[in-house]
Design a protein around this ligand. Structure first.
Ligand SMILES: [Zn+2]
Length: 251
């Protein structure tokens, strides 16, 4: 690359990236790039514009349920645990509590560094989940049904409001990652209203608070169907996705 400096133009400065990033840059680079300095390292932020692949007509839907204990649960039964991410967040909160008393410059710097590290870790986890979800949907010729996040505040009950903000931010990021990876693969994505998906039986449709006696268990009081609570919710999201798609593509 070449950059303008107060001493004139510097040419032939080497840069590198992952094989995938370099391939994308070579084919789809667009416009100017920004040079950013972060924690003593230099980063080049480049924009690429990749055309969407035509959407394949889906044969069924893969439902994705979002949560805290399990970040993402698929209607197939695959669960992505939130354990590692929650542990990182917990450690960070503890550190912040201890350091906030000392409002020194170095304490602030350390906190800033940790906050960024936590955000990078969360983004990495979301990238991996999104990739797995899109690959699985593509492999099986299905679309992806995601919950509409408008109502997530009401469904994810937490004691501290800032945690809701944190998690809902992370859920939006996961949704965005799934969205662009799916667009690249030509996989259909539909957003569904997820109210009562945790109380509704994915086998017979019966809705009852008592269907979910605790965090992990779903056991239908009407037909006896039993499943992990998050898997049951994901199955409901999948069938709402299929129904929603049928309605919007009926014409
Ligand atoms: Zn039932």
């Amino acid at each position: 690359m070449s950059i303008w400096t107060t001493a004139g133009r510097l040419r032939g400065i080497a840069f590198t990236g992952s094989a995938q990033q370099l391939a994308l840059l070579a084919r789809h680079r667009k416009g100017e790039s920004d040079l950013v300095r972060r924690e003593g390292m230099w980063f080049l932020h480049a924009t690429v514009e990749v055309a969407d692949v035509p959407i394949t007509a889906p044969e069924g839907f893969l439902g994705v349920d979002l949560g805290i204990a399990n970040i993402a649960t698929l209607s197939d039964g695959i669960r992505h645990s939130g354990k590692a991410l929650n542990a990182v967040r917990h450690r960070h909160r503890e550190l912040r509590r201890r350091l906030q008393a000392r409002a020194t410059k170095s304490a602030k710097r350390l906190l800033k560094r940790r906050r960024r590290k936590e955000a990078r870790f969360a983004a990495d986890v979301n990238h991996r989940i999104a990739k797995q979800v899109v690959t699985e949907a593509e492999r099986t010729g299905r679309g992806i049904a995601l919950e509409d996040l408008q109502g997530i505040r009401d469904r994810v009950r937490l004691r501290k409001p800032q945690r809701v903000t944190l998690h809902s931010w992370s859920f939006h990021q996961l949704g965005a990652f799934i969205g662009y990876k799916a667009a690249r693969a030509g996989v259909a994505v539909i957003h569904v209203d997820a109210s009562y998906t945790s109380q509704q039986c994915s086998h017979c449709g019966h809705v009852d608070k008592k269907n979910r006696p605790d965090q992990e268990t779903f056991s239908c009081t009407s037909c006896g169907f039993a499943e992990h609570a998050d898997v049951n919710a994901a199955r409901n999201i999948a069938s709402r996705g299929a129904a929603g798609w049928a309605v919007s593509h009926a014409a």
